[in-house]
Design a protein around this ligand. Structure first.
Ligand SMILES: [Zn+2]
Length: 245
């Protein structure tokens, strides 16, 4: 889903072509995908309508907002339908000179947008007020961003998504990978499951504790989620995730 029409700064190698400028973004994106796909997608015939009962839904949803605030501080309310349906989702985006990939949220298993919000509130009690002010501000125009950075974020997000769909648990589960211009150091910031978050991932990961010292977790980020969670996930192909939630 993407609103609006293609602007000149949306054109990218491997993405939307110059001819798409002025066209609807969602239609242009579908055309780009069809051009890249070697085969025709399977069609559902009228004779075999999809079963409504037990519909497996989406195996994975990628949340890639165009809005800076939504990238920096993903809104837990916006993810509610994904959380309540047990749909895995991966956040990705670019805010100013910083690219973000993660967290990959496995509802009830790994830290979600609500957990991220609660952890930030622990560190800074004024955080909720700050975010509310940002969100209530005037809708800003989507600004152009660095093309190489945006392409890097898109590629990494795709790689994490494909790893998950292949039945692996990529390192974005419980962490956000961030890279900033101009030095382009990559680092992972942990997104801990928070006990105050209604997603209950903290309860599931019992034995792991929140720490006041966020710094000490930086080097542990690549080890998240716990081995226990990895084992559970390994037994659970991505397509069947919802059935187990
Ligand atoms: Zn949560």
């Amino acid at each position: 889903m993407d609103g609006g029409r293609v602007e000149p700064w949306d054109v990218a190698p491997g993405g939307l072509p110059p001819e798409a400028v002025g066209d609807r973004r969602d239609e242009s994106a579908r055309r780009a995908v069809r051009r890249a796909a070697p085969d025709r997608p399977p069609r559902r015939s009228a004779a075999h309508p999809p079963p409504e009962e037990g519909d497996p839904g989406f195996s994975l949803v990628i949340v890639a907002p165009r809005d800076d605030i939504a990238v920096h501080a993903p809104d837990p309310a916006a993810a509610e339908p994904l959380m309540s349906s047990g749909t895995p989702h991966l956040y990705a985006g670019v805010v100013e000179g910083t690219g973000v990939v993660g967290p990959l949220v496995l509802p009830g298993e790994t830290g979600c947008a609500g957990c991220l919000h609660e952890s930030r509130t622990d560190r800074d009690p004024t955080w909720p007020r700050l975010v509310a002010q940002w969100r209530s501000g005037k809708q800003r125009q989507v600004r152009p961003c660095d093309l190489a950075l945006a392409t890097t974020v898109a590629g990494l997000a795709a790689a994490h998504a494909l790893a998950f769909l292949d039945g692996r648990v990529p390192s974005t589960a419980g962490a956000r990978w961030e890279v900033s211009l101009p030095a382009l150091h990559w680092h992972a910031r942990p997104v801990w499951a928070h006990p105050a978050c209604p997603c209950a991932a903290a309860e599931r990961g019992k034995g792991e504790h929140l720490s006041e010292d966020g710094e000490s977790h930086e080097t542990m980020a690549v080890q998240r989620p716990s081995e226990q969670c990895r084992e559970a996930a390994a037994k659970r192909p991505a397509g069947t995730w919802r059935a187990h939630v």
